[in-house]
Design a protein around this ligand. Structure first.
Ligand code: C5P
Length: 281
């Protein structure tokens, strides 16, 4: 790939089931502001659905997707993601399903019916469970579109000792790559991974595998309780496709302006440093 070009993947946040899915690629290079914005996911970790909906309104047109996690979901149920999806906002349903395949398949169908553009499962649920998640999402698809199904590999809070205690040998990095490859074998679209894991995953899973990266802090902002943070440029440089950013945006005096700064950094990074697969080898 000598000529940097805009990836065909991102303008279509819903993954087309087939065959567009197979054609998705990760060529890096100049991207439009709109595409850069589509790669920003704002974590709506706010105390109520009302507060989250108000924040989403402030950020309308400034971010590509909104992440709803299980704290808000447990407190308020599916009303918020349903409301956001009905307004045409992209929703990343971060509920990390982990159960028997039949149950996960049903949950995946519901996530798709809800209008989620992205949801996730734990890779440690196994190959069959992940296949069931993908199948559930496909069953609920319409117009040849379905949500992206992502895997959580190893929680970033787990150390080697923690892994040994639950019977997993090796380093977290080894487990991350092993589980990412398993997710890919199961037909999932990608993983949620920290920027420091992204490079190894990109190398192992190739250019079409989606990497969604939280723990992002613009150079100017505070790390808060994130132990390991990366700038948007570092994360994109390591192979991330989507960035999840919460408090640096939702806690800012002007959330829309804070989002715009990050989008500009994403756009700049792609423009300045076309990244080819060779960079990961
Ligand atoms: O506010 P902040 O930018 O730290 O929010 C990051 C979001 O990404 C939170 O919703 C958090 O739960 C999630 N996340 C993370 N680290 C992971 C996985 C998910 O910060 N390893």
């Amino acid at each position: 790939m000598s000529q940097p070009r805009e990836s065909s993947k991102f303008p279509f946040i819903f993954a087309a089931v087939s065959p567009t899915m197979a054609r998705m690629n990760f060529a890096r290079g100049p991207i439009s502001e709109q595409t850069a914005r589509s790669r920003l996911i704002v974590a709506l970790d706010l105390p109520s659905a009302d507060a989250a909906a108000r924040m989403a309104e402030k950020l309308h047109g400034h971010a590509g997707m909104f992440k709803v996690g299980f704290e808000l979901f447990s407190a308020e149920g599916p009303a918020l993601p349903r409301y956001l999806a009905a307004r045409g906002e992209g929703v990343f349903l971060d509920l990390k399903f982990h159960d028997i395949p039949n149950t996960v398949r049903a949950a995946a169908r519901e996530a798709a019916h809800l209008g989620a553009r992205m949801f996730n499962v734990h890779a440690s649920g196994g190959l069959k469970m992940m296949e069931a998640a993908r199948d559930g999402a496909m069953e609920a698809s319409s117009d040849g579109k379905r949500p992206l199904v992502l895997a959580v590999t190893v929680l970033t809070s787990l150390t080697s000792d923690d892994l040994r205690l639950i019977g997993l040998d090796g380093s977290p990095e080894e487990a991350v790559v092993r589980l990412a490859k398993l997710a890919q074998t199961a037909g999932l679209d990608g993983v949620v991974a920290s920027a420091r894991e992204a490079r190894a995953i990109r190398r192992a899973c190739g250019p079409d595998f989606v990497i969604v990266t939280p723990g992002i802090r613009p150079a100017s902002s505070q790390a808060q309780d994130q132990a390991r943070v990366s700038t948007p440029a570092d994360a994109i440089g390591a192979g991330a496709d989507y960035l999840v950013v919460g408090r640096p945006i939702t806690g800012a005096h002007d959330p829309a302006a804070a989002a715009d700064i990050i989008v500009a950094e994403i756009e700049r990074t792609f423009h300045q440093t076309p990244i080819q697969m060779a960079n990961y080898e």
